[in-house]
Design a protein around this ligand. Structure first.
Ligand code: NAD
Length: 246
């Protein structure tokens, strides 16, 4: 119960890594707010978390919509009085090589993956400062450290969220707030599961461990970073890749 009673917002919490993180946080005793654009999936995850004996609430929130975020944060503060952890997990991919990338592809990915993280963090930071405590965790990627073919927009967004945590660690460390990023390699989520078997096989072959991560293996890292066991980890970007980049 390393997160007992910690009020935790997980954006993009209705699928993949976010859903696994919500499940792990509940197992560790957190109060979880699942927020996602997909309301049916939010409701299903919240029901599942409650059935597992956890305390969970759900919100249909688009991380590009500051009014929706403010409403959720206000409701959570009214209900629980505090916000302890923000997991900025919501993200999308819209891949194309630079020569073919459209302005719409660039703008959408930056809006959700980068500005969405800024929007959500802005909405909780005053509360965390008042509390003198808080944890902010950003979903980066191995692509946010090394770049990737066909991912100009995604790489910029994932480098950017590492820039955020390094800046926030410096600005907010003295106020009791830690900010860190997680950089997964290949993770078996709905995004990757839709790829052809031979592409998945080729990806797995590149990993020394010869397999993708399961979402739970990333969720475990978020839970550890959110807990007091990681009390001196601040401004880090932790690669969770099975050795992919060696
Ligand atoms: P996923 O598609 O399974 O889940 C993403 C969730 O975000 C979905 O439920 C989606 O509805 C939600 N979402 C999308 N746009 C949103 C918005 N505007 N507002 C609120 N919610 C929104 O993806 P995943 O693989 O679990 O990825 C989660 C995070 O991890 C992403 O930021 C992704 O970039 C990152 N990541 C994933 C991998 C991987 O291999 N799967 C690797 C590295 C990093």
């Amino acid at each position: 119960m390393r997160l007992k009673g910690k009020v935790s917002i997980i954006t993009g919490g209705a699928s993949g890594i976010g859903k696994a993180t919500a499940e792990k946080f509940i197992k560790e005793g957190a109060i979880v707010a699942v927020c996602d654009i997909n309301l049916d999936a939010v409701n299903a995850v919240v029901e599942e978390l409650k059935a597992a004996g956890g305390e969970a609430v759900g919100y249909k929130v688009d991380v590009t919509d500051r009014a929706q975020i403010a409403d959720m944060v206000g409701a959570l503060k009214t209900q629980f009085g505090r916000i302890d952890v923000l997991v900025n997990n919501a993200g999308i991919v819209m891949d194309a090589q630079l020569i073919k990338m459209t302005e719409d592809q660039f703008d959408k990915v930056i809006d959700i993956n980068l500005k969405g993280v800024y929007n959500c963090t802005k909405a909780v930071v005053d509360t965390m400062i008042e509390q003198g405590a808080g944890v902010i965790l950003n979903a980066s990627s191995v692509v946010g450290v090394y770049g990737n073919f066909g991912q100009t927009n995604y790489a910029a967004s994932k480098f950017g969220v590492i820039g955020f945590v390094k800046t926030w660690a410096k600005e907010l460390g003295k106020k009791g707030i830690r900010a860190n990023a997680v950089c997964p390699g290949f993770v078996a989520t709905p995004i990757l599961k839709s790829m052809p078997e031979k592409v998945i096989q080729a990806m797995e072959d590149k990993v020394p461990m010869k397999r993708m991560a399961q979402p739970e293996e990333i969720a475990n890292v978020y839970a550890w970073l959110a807990s007091d066991e990681a009390s001196y980890i601040n401004g880090a970007a932790i690669e969770v890749t099975g050795g992919l980049t060696l």
